[in-house]
Design a protein around this ligand. Structure first.
Ligand code: PXG
Length: 464
């Protein structure tokens, strides 16, 4: 059976509802409503099965950094499939795409992050990291150093390891997470949790929770700290400038490993190859995925520093995935990196489009429904609020207003996500100023409609 978008949308939706279980979705409710079916994409625009064109404000799922429709990547995949569609790298073999990609990543990554362990996704890579940091300390004769500290409302994937490292309460509530040996501290979310403190004092205080936690657990038991330079799935939470320098000080003082989860912030999203460079962070391991291949192929990995790779290499590391360093995915990633580099896409983000987005997005801050409008690189968010002055939350269940806003946005042919009552975007890095203007125009229309709807429904009430 072949089906294309030539089949009626209702037929596709019925098949989808009958057989396809969507991630992070109440499938019963979606089945009644019908999924929007995306059939094609080009540049920053998607086309659905009804022929409507949407601006993809989320770059797929934070991943299509070079935009859609780059046939060079299709050609790289086809070429590699003809030559060597698959081979593994387990039993003392290697192949050109994997070794070339590892070497390229070592060249691009800062400091002595010179070694790459491949995975099929960001979740898998973080599972690798969890095992790798514990094995590192075991080989150093300190097996009791096994606790990994992470953050509430961080996101590190959906596997047992990734979901446990993450600090999503809704995920921990299902399926027995977190697994033992992972503890969480609070996030540097000044707008939502900073109260009367200045952002800088709050950022430092939240970082100091890491030191307090290390002392509480005993420094001799702590293996690593993991965090995203900017929280993505948590709602595009941009930490105060004081946060990362203080984290770096504490990590250095206690000699624990720092894992920067660069799955979203890597490959140009913050205007440098890696978010760690934007914040001056010196991680021992970086998690990568998404923008590594611009989402054209599933691939992730861990970029590891000399010291950790050297120690891990002293014994057999009993870990790996069938598709670690998959040749087709690696060939596509290499082509993606070539395009990012040769077309100067990251420098353009840093010097041109990110400052442009920052100004355009900040202009939404005057909207009566918006408590803050912030961005960093090509990540931006809005806090919806019933009362700007007090940064109040809505009386309605958190996420109700955000969901309504997301629905209006979809109706305006703009993919803008909601996380609770924050609205977020992370468009392809190749978005132009003209398209940024159009995106912001649609976002403002969406806010107007949401505001009118909330007022009509009596939902502009602040929580007590
Ligand atoms: N780390 C970070 C920082 C991520 O954002 C992962 C790890 C896991 O990667 P994989 O490839 O296993 O999905 C992610 C993924 C959302 C959303 O709703 C975000 C992600 C995935 C799915 C949904 O914003 N980020």
């Amino acid at each position: 059976m072949t089906l294309t978008n030539i089949a009626p949308t209702a037929e596709l939706q019925a098949l989808d509802a009958a057989h396809h279980m969507h991630p992070f979705t109440a499938n019963g409710a979606l089945g009644k409503k019908g999924a929007r079916i995306i059939t094609r994409a080009e540049g920053v625009r998607l086309t659905d099965s009804e022929g409507a064109e949407l601006i993809d404000g989320m770059a797929g799922l934070w991943c299509v950094n070079i935009g859609y429709g780059r046939s060079e990547l299709a050609e790289a995949a086809a070429r590699q499939m003809r030559e060597l569609p698959y081979y593994n790298t387990f039993f003392q073999t290697s192949h050109v795409p994997a070794l070339q990609l590892a070497a390229k990543l070592a060249e691009l990554a800062p400091g002595d992050l010179n070694h790459v362990f491949f995975a099929g996704s960001g979740s898998e890579a973080n599972d690798t990291n969890l095992r790798m940091v514990r094995q590192y300390w075991a080989l150093k004769g300190q097996p009791e150093r096994c606790v990994v500290i992470s953050r509430r409302n961080g996101y590190h994937g959906s596997t047992m390891g990734g979901g446990s490292l993450g600090g999503m309460a809704a995920m921990h509530a299902q399926g027995g997470l977190p697994i033992p040996g992972i503890v969480h501290i609070d996030q540097p979310y000044w707008y939502g949790e900073g109260g009367e403190m200045s952002p800088e004092d709050f950022g430092r205080a939240r970082a100091q929770q890491l030191e307090e936690k290390i002392l509480e657990l005993g420094p001799e038991t702590v293996a690593a700290f993991i965090a995203e330079p900017v929280q993505g799935a948590g709602g595009v939470i941009i930490p105060p400038e004081s946060y990362w320098p203080e984290i770096q000080r504490i990590v250095d003082k206690y000699g624990i490993l720092l894992i920067a989860d660069e799955v979203i912030t890597g490959f140009g999203r913050l205007g440098h190859w890696f978010g760690s460079q934007s914040y001056g962070i010196r991680p021992h391991i970086m998690t990568i995925a998404k923008g590594l291949s611009s989402g054209y192929q599933p691939i992730g990995g861990s970029i590891v520093c000399d010291e950790v790779a050297h120690v891990i290499g002293q014994d057999e590391f009993n870990h790996g995935y069938t598709y670690s360093g998959h040749p087709v995915a690696a060939a596509v990633a290499l082509e993606n990196l070539r395009i990012l580099e040769e077309e100067g896409i990251i420098a353009r983000v840093r010097e041109e489009t990110a400052p442009y987005l920052a100004r355009a997005w900040a202009s939404l801050g005057d909207h009566p429904l918006v408590g803050e409008a912030v961005s960093r690189g090509m990540m931006a968010s809005l806090a919806l609020t019933p009362d700007k002055a007090s940064r109040a939350r809505f009386a309605a269940e958190p996420g109700t207003a955000g969901y309504i806003c997301r629905e209006f946005s979809f109706g305006n042919n703009l993919v803008m996500r909601h996380v609770g009552d924050r609205m977020i975007i992370a468009p392809p890095l190749v978005i132009t100023p003209t398209d940024i203007d159009e995106l912001v125009t649609r976002a403002r229309r969406t806010l107007d409609q949401t505001h009118a709807h909330l007022r009509a429904e009596g939902m502009l009430k602040a929580a007590a």
